[in-house]
Design a protein around this ligand. Structure first.
Ligand code: 13P
Length: 249
């Protein structure tokens, strides 16, 4: 099964202003890129401006999170209906959102079901903590996260469902996982998807955690890894472009 490559820049709470986000989006949109799907996930407040700026390009725009309810009294949150037309999809279950919003796997499962049910793409993030890694528990943690996070979804279409393996200890630390560790994680993730009845072969698995122009070749060559979810390095258009190029077939 040939899976297309995908590189998504998660801008997190950056850049400083909507104007800066627009400038970055325009540069990404103007950079030629062959045979790699590209996405950016700007902060919610910049979604409309960035989507507008990228409308005539093939760069997909993602929200960084989405609420599990359709509407209601949820101050500060975004619903799937608000994202429709503004974003191709959403990141769901990022470890920073799990940490800061208190999301557990039950909540992530509802967010994922809500996003996919609304026809959005969803990039589900999973990954172990530093302590779990040190204890050799990566595989068991991933199996449990996948089983729980997809428990509310019946249709995991490979066109819309993507998994990002993001070991928490590698995020923002400048200490990426090895390609071999990422490959093993991707294999575990696909086995867990298969065990839950999904057809994992076509589902893309990205690696995220300190991906940079210097570290990307490790992941571009890693078996079972179909792209990257890039944080800090996606804020520098040149470096993001170099990461994208590394994944070109
Ligand atoms: P860094 O690339 O900054 O480590 O962030 C990774 C990440 O969390 C992407 O979602």
């Amino acid at each position: 099964m040939t899976r297309g490559r995908l590189v998504v820049g998660n801008w997190k709470m950056n850049p400083a202003t909507i104007k800066d986000a627009l400038a970055l989006a325009r540069t990404v949109g103007a950079t030629p890129h062959a045979a790699v799907d590209i996405g950016v996930a700007p902060p919610a407040i910049a979604l409309a401006a960035v989507t507008d700026a990228l409308r005539s390009t093939d760069v997909a725009v993602f929200a960084q999170d989405v609420h599990w309810e359709a509407s209601g009294a949820y101050t500060g949150q975004l619903s799937v209906s608000m994202l429709r037309g503004l974003a191709a999809g959403a990141i769901v279950g990022h470890s920073e959102v799990r940490r800061d919003q208190g999301d557990d796997d039950a909540r992530i499962a509802r967010k994922l079901a809500r996003a996919l049910g609304a026809g959005l793409q969803a990039i589900l993030c999973v990954g172990e903590t530093e302590a779990e890694f040190a204890q050799g528990r990566t595989a068991s943690v991933l199996k449990m996260q996948i089983a729980r996070d997809i428990s509310e979804v019946s249709d995991l279409s490979p066109e819309r469902f993507i998994v990002a393996y993001e070991p928490i200890w590698a995020i923002g630390t400048g200490r990426p996982a090895s390609g071999a560790h990422a490959s093993a994680a991707a294999q575990t993730i696909r086995a867990a998807l298969d065990a839950s009845g999904a057809s994992a072969d076509g589902i893309r698995v990205l690696y995220g955690g300190s991906v940079s122009a210097a570290s990307v070749s490790e992941f571009a060559a890693a078996d079972g890894i179909d792209g990257a979810l890039v944080g800090g390095a996606s804020l520098k258009a040149d470096e993001f472009a170099a990461i994208i190029r590394a994944f070109a077939p």
